[in-house]
Design a protein around this ligand. Sequence first.
Ligand SMILES: NC(=O)c1ccc[n+]([C@@H]2O[C@H](COP(=O)([O-])OP(=O)(O)OC[C@H]3O[C@@H](n4cnc5c(N)ncnc54)[C@H](O)[C@@H]3O)[C@@H](O)[C@H]2O)c1
Ligand SMILES: [Zn+2]
Length: 439
Amino acid sequence: MGAGKSTVGARVAELTARPFVDLDRLIERRHGPIGELFERGEPEFRRIEEGILAEALAGPDAVIALGGGAVLSPLNRERLRSRALTVFLDVDVETAWKRVCGSDRPLARREEDFRALYATRQEVYAEAADAVAADADGVLRAGLAVELGGRVVPTGPVEVVGDERVLELHAQPVPGSVHRLPAGETAKTLAVVERLWSELRLGRDGTIVAFGGGSTTDVAGFVAATYLRGLPWIAVPTTLTGQVDAAIGGKTGINTTDGKNFAGAFHFPERVVIDPELLATLPESERRAGMAEVVKTGLLAGRPLWELDEEAMIRACAAYKSGVVLSDPYETEGRRAWLNLGHTFAHALEAGSDYRVSHGEAVALGLLAALRLSGQPTDVVEEVLRPEPVEAELDTAWAALKRDKKGEGVFILLEAPGKPVVTTVADADARTALAALVR
Ligand SMILES: NC(=O)c1ccc[n+]([C@@H]2O[C@H](COP(=O)([O-])OP(=O)(O)OC[C@H]3O[C@@H](n4cnc5c(N)ncnc54)[C@H](O)[C@@H]3O)[C@@H](O)[C@H]2O)c1
Ligand SMILES: [Zn+2]
């Protein structure tokens, strides 16, 4: 009671594009005011609550705000365990009491009683929940098992697949045999995948831990998707790009002679364990590349996330990406494509420069182009990322852009910050926008 379940639930539902079910409101619509139901006795109320929760759980994937006492019922707990991810929205007793005092809630009439109830329920909540969160962002991260400051505590055999540079700089996240990958993008090859397939000694009870940036999580995740037809894996991202973007969302893959990320699989990590302290050793150029994705995320979310301190920024970006992925896990609804804001131009510049232009630089320029085509101010990108036109072969870049869009002219633009749209752009306008990015 007073934890903010209805407010947070509605927000999470909106961000994940799922229906929102407020259990108490639903009970009231069907059976009248909860105060009156309680007067007929709590057991009667709990029975009604059990029925309505069972109904909600049988429906489409939704965000459900439970009543404060719903998890007291063993039957409800059982049903939640088999069908739902249950998040304990943790709030201190003062805040909760401030929110509910003076309301007509039957169990919130006297402060002493409320405090006593709060104390006795903490344990039940902790036990019934799969995760704990303080706000909507926390619930979104819990939805994709993204944890900040968590520890990797393996329950069975593990093997670590790590970027060699990162393994040199940091202690490996768990004991177990280690497979060293060449640093960065050079690891995303079929040869590396084959080597890992033959080196791994894990059985079906094993878990792969990926320790490195987006390149490592991409290739290790792909190996996890394919080795023994799929093993669970845990991502421990060590770059800013990895912590705000690449390690989250289950896209794994490698590059082939035909192009970047040409072979891959959706294979969601069991957990994503983020430790911002790992970023202390990150070279400045890699940090800047990560900031391009942060600015992208902030523009999509409509929040100036780039202004936050590093840890808050990572938390918020990871939450936003989790929400979008939960709303469209396999990129079939168009929503997940939002995450490509600026990326059509970025990929074109990368190809047009024979990959001499880095992804981060290219994304910064791509965001500039997307904002210009959207008729939106570009000052944030200019101030935070300071992109400069790059040397690239315009015709090659244009051909790559056309290929990227499969000739359909579809782009992600912004109606306003926080309002991405999937729309078409006339060739002439797209080409002018691209040309402005090239020196
Ligand atoms: N799967 C996805 O959803 C997704 C999303 C975005 C990007 N990606 C992929 O991620 C890749 C880029 O990943 P990235 O930008 O995270 O970099 P990266 O993994 O390529 O690493 C970049 C460099 O940073 C070094 N490094 C990593 N962590 C370090 C640390 N803590 N200290 C010092 N050096 C460190 C690496 O050794 C490497 O030299 C691309 O291949 C891209 O396609 C995937
Ligand atoms: Zn990117």
